[in-house]
Structure formats: C-alpha cells, structure tokens
Ligand binder design. Structure first.
Ligand SMILES: Nc1ncnc2c1ncn2[C@@H]1O[C@H](COP(=O)(O)OP(=O)(O)OP(=O)(O)O)[C@@H](O)[C@H]1O
Length: 324
C-alpha cells in the first residue's frame, strides 16, 4: 500500500489551473519532499489530499483510503502541520495538546509531546495568544504528532523556527521516519528538504516536473560533484579516471581534483587510492547546491515529456526529462 497515491489529480479555479493531472506515489516509510516555487500548487495538493477542497478531475488515496469518501478516517490516522493553523488564543498550549491527543485517540501525555518539540511546561501553561511564531509552530508540530500518526503532512514546518527549533524539527522527522511514519514534507526551503528527504517531487505551474532522489536530480542536470584530495605527490599507481562515475581527474597544487557525475563515485575514488596505498592527507568535497538544481527544473531549462503509463518507471515517475 502507498501512503499517498494521486492519479490525474486536477484543480482549476475558473480559468486558473492550480494543479494539472498530478500522478504521484509516495511509498510508506518515505520522507518525501514536495518542492515548488510560489503558486506551484503545493497547498492545493495538500488541500485535495485532506479533502479540504474537491478536485476538478482525478482522484487520490491516502493510506489506501479514498481521500474524499474516507476523509474522516484518514484525518484520524494522520498528523497535519498546515500553514496558518487556527489555534484558540485563550486556551493554553497544554489544553490544545489535550484536545489533539483526545481527538487522535493518543496514548501519550502532553508533557511527552512538549518535550519532543522543545516547549517548556511553563510555556504550555500560558494562553497561546501570547506565543511567538516559533512557539506556535512548535505547538502545532506537537499537535500533529499526537496519536502516533502513520503519515505526517508538514507544510513549511520550519516556518518561524529558530536554528534550535529547526534542528529539533529535523530530528523529529528523522525519528518519526525511523519508527515507520511516512513524512510528506512541503517546503520552499531547499536546505530543509535536502537535510531530511529521501525523494523529492518538484512542482511548477501546477505540473509535476520530476520525482527523484536529490542525488538523482543533480545527476539528471549533469551537475558534477567535486572531490578534493590532498596527497603528498601526484599518484601514478591508481588510475582514478577508470572509476565508474568519475568524469575528470586533475592534479593541482598538491591535491587531486576529481570531478564526479555520480556522487557515489567519491567513495569509490577514495577506495581506489587507499587500495593503491596512496596516502591521503585531507579530504574536501563540493556538490552543486540544490538551489541550482531547483532553478534548472523550474526556470524552463528542462522540458517535461509525458510517457505512456506502460513505460513509466515503477516508483511513480510518469515523466521523462528533455534537456534543451
Ligand atoms: N481559492 C483559490 N481561488 C483561486 N485561485 C487559487 C485558490 N487557491 C489557489 N489558487 C491558485 O492556484 C495556484 C496554486 O496555488 P497554491 O496555493 O497551491 O500554491 P503553492 O505552491 O502552495 O504556493 P506557496 O508556496 O506560495 O504557498 C496559484 O496560482 C493560486 O493563485
């Protein structure tokens, strides 16, 4: 069973196309990044999955259940952190958590959830009307975790969080994923997505542009990772150019510069040198920023071609890329 399965999901507002024919499969247990510029259709997709709005065409299932017919059951089994969450100003943080636990039929205590998101017991006793943006976000995250959800849908979860809060959120996402929870992580923040996600979908102008791992995205745009190895002398015993995924090798100023088209080639190159008893004094590496990958996919450098479903790859990729 897939955690999320959207088929030809479409939403139009009059002439405005918010989402066009989205085919997307998120497997159970994945941390799945949902990326796209403003107005790409990310919130629309989440609203359709949660049955907060109805599709113009197409359908979606969540945890194997129909997003429209079974929306009540779905909502009781998932945790949602949505933008602009409505909290009751006069109720305390603790009361919000009690309600969330009650609603999700959870077994945890408010204190356990507070600790997980780094909110103090004292803060929890205050009405949330006086909370800062970051505190509100932490509380909303704690509420989403109530009842040990099978799927977490997080819309811009780092919004308003300070660096400590961001670290806490990342750790939470990882520990949730380790315990088998699927995480659907929608964000503009490429750094956040890169830090926690297994696979990423990029949406632009309501259309799915690609679904891939982050390394796969880099590879697809031909982005090279570079490995810098400080060595005492230019090694002649190990021919790195024959390592799979190594595109180029140069020796400059006492270091080897190894350009890799496949990020996995970095470890292979180091292994080859060690096998040849080459002493490595220092290691450094660079890779193309995800920002550059994102720009390549969303500024029109890459076209999208639809294939027949029969040709589609197993993991929901029903698109192929054509480079101009
Ligand atoms: N209720 C609505 N009425 C009319 N148009 C809408 C409505 N909701 C969304 N849209 C339009 O649909 C498109 C997709 O919007 P959506 O909010 O899904 O984008 P997004 O990727 O979540 O953007 P952001 O990152 O800015 O939150 C936009 O062009 C938006 O103006």
């Amino acid at each position: 069973m897939s955690a999320i399965d959207a088929t030809s999901l479409t939403k139009r507002f009059g002439d405005e196309v918010a989402l066009e024919g989205l085919d997307l499969v998120v497997e159970e247990g994945e941390v799945f990044g949902f990326l796209g510029p403003n107005g790409a259709g990310k919130s629309t997709t989440i609203n359709l999955l949660l049955d907060f709005m109805r599709p113009t065409a197409g359908s979606a299932s969540v945890l194997g259940l129909d997003a429209r017919a079974d929306s009540e059951v779905i909502r009781s089994r998932i945790g949602v952190l949505a933008e602009g969450i409505d909290l009751y100003d006069r109720l305390t943080g603790r009361r919000h958590l009690e309600l969330a636990i009650d609603w999700a039929d959870g077994e945890e205590t408010p204190a356990e959830l507070l600790e997980r998101v780094g909110l103090s017991v004292e803060d929890a006793e205050r009405p949330v009307g006086g909370y800062s943006k970051g505190m509100t976000q932490r509380l909303a995250l704690a509420m989403a975790l109530a009842g040990d959800p099978e799927l977490l849908i997080l819309d811009e979860p780092a919004s308003g969080l300070d660096p400590n809060g961001i670290r806490t959120m990342r750790e939470l996402v990882r520990s949730e994923a380790e315990s088998g929870t699927t995480v659907f992580f929608s964000s503009h923040d490429l750094g956040q997505v890169e830090a926690v996600c297994d696979r990423v979908a990029i949406l632009n102008d309501g259309e799915l542009i690609t679904v891939d791992t982050i390394d796969g995205l880099r590879e697809a745009i031909g982005a090279r990772a570079e490995l810098y190895l400080r060595v005492p002398d230019e090694p002649d015993a190990a021919d790195l150019s024959t390592v799979d995924g190594v595109a180029d090798v140069a020796y400059e100023d006492g270091r080897l510069v190894v350009a890799c088209t496949d990020p996995r080639a970095k470890a292979l190159a180091i292994g080859r040198l060690l096998d040849a008893d080459v002493e490595i004094l220092d290691i450094d590496a660079s890779s193309v920023a995800l920002e550059d990958v994102f720009a390549a996919y969303t500024d029109g450098e890459i076209d999208v071609v639809r294939e027949d479903d029969a040709d589609a790859d197993e993991r929901g990729g029903r698109l192929s890329r054509v480079f101009r």
